[in-house]
Design a protein around this ligand. Structure first.
Ligand code: NAD
Ligand code: TYD
Length: 339
């Protein structure tokens, strides 16, 4: 591997992964290929902008000509596909873009990889493809029972990855990551939304009873897990990638408020998300056997993350005053008024 195409590299995890790759592999050339949707942000990559090993290309993974031109121009040998519509609530409001990017886009990308004979394609997937698990832990061979348009579109893309491996022998690897948090996360997701709302003294809209469980994974640990699967994963294999930090949403909410010295009266219970998965939990023994493990504990990482948002309001304040405002009104307006 020398020339790696990181699709969706201007998003949250993708931009952290670009930094991680350049740090870990001094001989790699990294090409970011990103459509720059509302969630893509070139500011996420400001600190690598002048690195001669980094190139940025604006493009849609569903555009086969643009993709082919980029693979050819940069002699790409490996793709790591982060490009996706990634927010469950938006998929409930408007699923269209999810089918375009997460399903069709993934297919177009696989077809390009096959035609160019690439060495490896890593598909960044999610634990949400399994659906909800009341007790125990999902293993890689468990059935896929996605419940939201987001998770169904991610499952659709992932199944095309499987088909391209089985049918055409494409060298693929899939990672199924759990809920991720850290710097540069678009403030629609619960952690940065609640941190930045709390900083602004705004209410924190907690869905339903707040007793849903997510397994929290720090973004750098997610990047390290992808890097491990990319370099040591076996062809055609799938790897669960979770932090092992199961927490109820209400616990995480209270911890954020505590870290910021804000009152719990900011918590506003609101109408639940339709089809809301109750619990996600992963068995990650397969990836751990390749040498991966999360680094610090959840509470330390959450404190670091809260501090990052406190110190970097130059990054999130412009986002929250732009397109985000219309989305926030649509998603939360009636809920907050009723709550
Ligand atoms: P994000 O929404 O922050 O970033 C997505 C990026 O993809 C953006 O830069 C956007 O511009 C780009 N993009 C969207 N459509 C595109 C297209 N058609 N062509 C090219 N680029 C396009 O998402 P994220 O949270 O960083 O998630 C990245 C990946 O990781 C996604 O595939 C997501 O499903 C997966 N994942 C996320 C989490 C999480 O907790 N955030 C957990 C597990 C897996
Ligand atoms: P989210 O960050 O949207 O990730 P996902 O839906 O992919 O797990 O949400 C994480 C959890 O937080 C989920 O159980 C839904 C809940 N949540 C709220 O209670 N309020 C909110 O405003 C948001 C965005 C999420």
């Amino acid at each position: 591997m020398k020339n790696i195409l990181v699709t969706g590299g201007a998003g949250f995890i993708g931009s952290n992964f670009v930094r991680y790759l350049l740090r870990q592999h001094p001989d790699y050339h990294v090409v970011v290929f990103d459509k720059l949707t509302y969630a893509g942000n070139v500011k996420n990559l400001l600190d690598v902008h002048d690195d001669p090993r980094y190139t940025f290309v604006r493009g849609d993974i569903a555009d086969k000509h643009m993709l082919a031109d980029t693979l050819r121009a940069h002699q790409v040998d490996t793709i790591v596909n982060f490009a996706a519509e990634s927010h469950v609530d938006r998929s409930i409001l408007e699923p269209d873009a999810f089918i375009h990017t997460d399903v069709v886009g993934t297919y177009v990308l696989l077809e390009a990889a096959r035609q160019f004979g690439l060495e490896r394609v890593l598909q960044v997937s999610t634990d949400e493809v399994y659906g909800s698990i009341p007790v125990g832990f999902f293993k890689e061979g468990d059935p896929l029972e996605p419940n939201s348009p987001y998770s169904a579109s991610k499952a659709g893309g992932e199944l095309m990855v499987r088909a391209y491996h089985e049918t055409y022998g494409l060298n693929t690897v899939v990672t199924r990551g759990s809920n991720t948090f850290g710097p540069y996360q678009y403030p629609e997701k619960v952690a940065p939304l609640f941190i930045t709302n709390a900083i602004e003294g705004e209410p924190l809209p907690l869905y339903g009873d707040g007793m849903q469980v997510r397994d929290w994974l720090y973004v750098e640990d997610h990047c390290a897990g992808i890097d491990t699967a990319l370099h040591r994963g076996a062809p055609g294999e799938i790897y669960n990638l979770g932090g092992g930090n199961e927490r109820h949403n209400i616990q995480v909410t209270k911890l954020i408020l505590q870290l910021l010295g804000k009152p719990e009266t900011l918590i506003r219970p609101v109408a639940d998300r339709p089809g809301h998965d109750r619990r996600y939990a992963l068995d990650c023994a397969k990836l751990k056997a390749l040498g991966w493990a999360p680094t610090k504990d959840f509470e330390t990482r959450l404190a670091e993350t809260v501090a990052w948002y406190q110190q970097n309001d130059w990054w999130w304040r412009p986002i929250k005053s732009g397109e985000f405002k219309a989305y926030y009104r649509q998603q939360y307006g009636e809920r907050l008024a009723a709550g």
